[in-house]
Design a protein around this ligand. Sequence first.
Ligand code: SAM
Length: 352
Amino acid sequence: MTEAALAEVRIETLSARRPGDELAQAARAGLRATPKELPPKLLYDARGSELFDRITELPDYYPTRCERAILNRHAPAIVAATGAEELLELGSGVASKTRALLYAMAGAGTLRRYLPLDVDRSVVERTADELTALYPGLVVHGLVGDFGRDLDGLPAPGGPRLVAFLGGTLGNLYPRERAALLGRLRALLEPGDRLLLGADLVNDEERLLAAYDDPEGVTRDFTANLLRVLNRELRADFDPAAFEPFARWNGEARRMELGLRARSAQRVRLAGLEGCEVSFTAGEELRTEISTKFTRSGLKRELAAAGLVIERFLRDEEGLFSVTLAAPAAPVDAVPGDSALGGSPDSERAMR
Ligand SMILES: C[S@@+](CC[C@H](N)C(=O)[O-])C[C@H]1O[C@@H](n2cnc3c(N)ncnc32)[C@H](O)[C@@H]1O
């Protein structure tokens, strides 16, 4: 980090658990399950984050392009409407699109603190370094942790807070996980705080497949990186060449499903997991990620179930991706429309 940045940066590890223990537990449970499945957070070591960043720049990977367009266009209005003084971002990654929000907050004179939270320490450190260089007065409080389990340990808010959850990461969770996380986020929000949620929409299958199976093979490398993580961290002997990455659309569940398929029957040993052995039949799958796609009404329903109301529902010009600004629902005995933005289920505005 630069010397100028040091004074403004703090990096805190939220999780009391050692990352190795976390990985071992996830691998033990996921490799014994039927079908085999590992949580997507394991995809993001430093190399995984770098590969994901490359995915976001691929011509067919429309979610990042569309979400960036929405944020670039509407960030000033979002900031003006919320009066946010700090930005907490879950699964912040390299935070490239977030800059539009920080820029708007700086322009409005409200920017005080940015709190990027990610499971990958390398991206938190990189983001903190880059942003303090860009905004010399900015306090960056980086948080290394798991948004699924570490939200209780967050620093107390220093002012009205905007909680951003971008990149369609909500869609990586199964419905019950989404409900639990949205409920926890709702509990985190003070009355003046807002949630800003980036969610990919149900689009045609051809477009989705092109976005998740690029001819350059970057998405395949990203998926296969999981095996390298397991080999390195758990001293496993996965042969990446023995697995074929796949990406398919599950229309019934409205989600992309990504993973690795064993090219032949094989046994894998994980020396760091008490020498446990895992067998794969030929063609057997190891799912690494889902990416659920949403509709506006579906999002509204899931947010409402968590006690959140939509204040603004924003889409890009092509209508492919959405960014939703949501507020804590007013208590049942409150006067309708008394929130700072006049938000209520009936005042939901669609802006394009
Ligand atoms: C799909 S990427 C999105 C990155 C960035 N927000 C964007 O919009 O481009 C998901 C990000 O969330 C992080 N992540 C995934 N699961 C996580 C978890 N359970 N807790 C914290 N971070 C997580 C990953 O490391 C990665 O940076």
